[in-house]
Ligand binder design. Sequence first.
Ligand code: NAD
Length: 485
Amino acid sequence: MKKVQHYINGKFMDSQCGEFFDNFNPSTNELIAKVALGRESEVNAAVAAARAALTGEWGQMKLNDRIALMYEIANEIDRRFDDFLEAETLDTGKPYSIARHIDIPRGAANFKVFADTMKSVADEAYRMDTPDGKMAMNYSMRKPKGVIGVISPWNLPLLLMTWKVGPAMACGNTVVVKPSQVTPTTTSLLGEVMSKVGVPAGAYNVVQGKGSITGNLLTAHKDLDAITFTGETVTGEMIMKACSVGVRDVSLELGGKNPAVVFADCDMDKAITETTRSCFANSGQVCLGTERVYVQRTIFDEFVSRLKESASKLKLGIQHDESTDIGPLVSSSHRDKVLDYYEKAVAEGANVVLGGKAPVMPGKMKDGYWVEPTIWTGLSEEATVVQEEVFGPCCHVQPFYTEEEAIKMANNSPYGLASTIFTENLDKAHRVASQLDTGIVWINSWFLRDLRTPFGGMKGSGIGREGGHHSLEFYTELKNVCIKM
Ligand code: NAD
């Protein structure tokens, strides 16, 4: 049986107590690996190694050498592309077609883009007159923040973990990563990459384990300088509380309940293609995915019927089948949670346009965590599945009459991560974009990402922005030096 281990101070290891937990293939429910369960001794060892590395070979490395290493990490991920692809698709059940184009290339790109960013960091400088008639010069410099705790989710495991590890290491910090317990493998595989390209021991550490045990121990550890977290909003609240002890900085990328606003003057083909992607890609397990669709009344019936037609063509299947569009949900507990929401939607009066249950799958897939792509209409704006994040392949479609009404409904959410607008009217697109309470707005597209742009959410969707130079705000301390001339 395959083992997934911790990676601490440059070495792969089991837990001191020898405990493991099971990891399953979501497509078939087959056991694929035994994963080491990190407890206090592993968390302490990883944090101590990360602290020591700050003053060791890693901490003393010249910026240009560090930048060169970041490119080497990216290149080695590319060289090991097939290993990452196999591990990621086995842990998540997502099709090769998605992981090959999104997860693994972005895992490598996250090191390159922040290596590029570090090449163009400028220091601020201010000259000032002094009270005694002389002059002084101020300049600011960025220093690494120190030891960063990284806690990542299961929906895009390598991509979202390296989105934090890339900038943290490019800025000269050291990291202790706790990946999701259901998708542990690529985080440990990245340890092999770090060893191969010569990243000094202690700069990148991984402690495998469950959120309630290992995650808790890591966030409570006094010797972390900051924690960056991606996951559910309720977990984010707990982590923020833990960070208040010792006044440690925290960056939170949390849940979403993202709206799409489709105006009658849209390009209908484009709106259907992009909304099919945004609702159902990765089986709806994308934080930026759409779960609420608002469609102008005059095109509502046509839109719903075309979205149904488009979604019903999506082929559920095993990850390595090239004709598969969407895979299963990531775990049996997540499948149960999503099916509970499906039942609740019906109980609250939804009209089920498509799907609504677990499909019967053939062969080995019959025991996997499958749910049908689902479309509802007819619910009130206060219904559970219109307010709460389901994180499954589903959406509710609601008609609207006026622009003001659409904006009001789109903003009626405790979340504020992303939104999409479909219209061919440029003035309207800008006007509506400026009024939607989300950190990211796409017009006539979805998931078009420039990694230099600010990424993050408003309201319950998070705190802080990451991406390009914005990541420097979190991963560095800014120090001012004042010299009297
Ligand atoms: P989760 O909050 O359950 O778990 C995320 C991570 O936190 C895991 O590693 C987990 O083990 C750990 N964890 C859980 N409880 C913990 C605790 N008490 N202390 C410390 N660590 C703990 O989230 P998930 O189910 O893995 O991911 C899905 C969620 O992530 C969705 O809400 C989704 O919207 C959100 N998400 C947000 C973004 C974004 O960029 N805003 C991106 C992807 C996913």
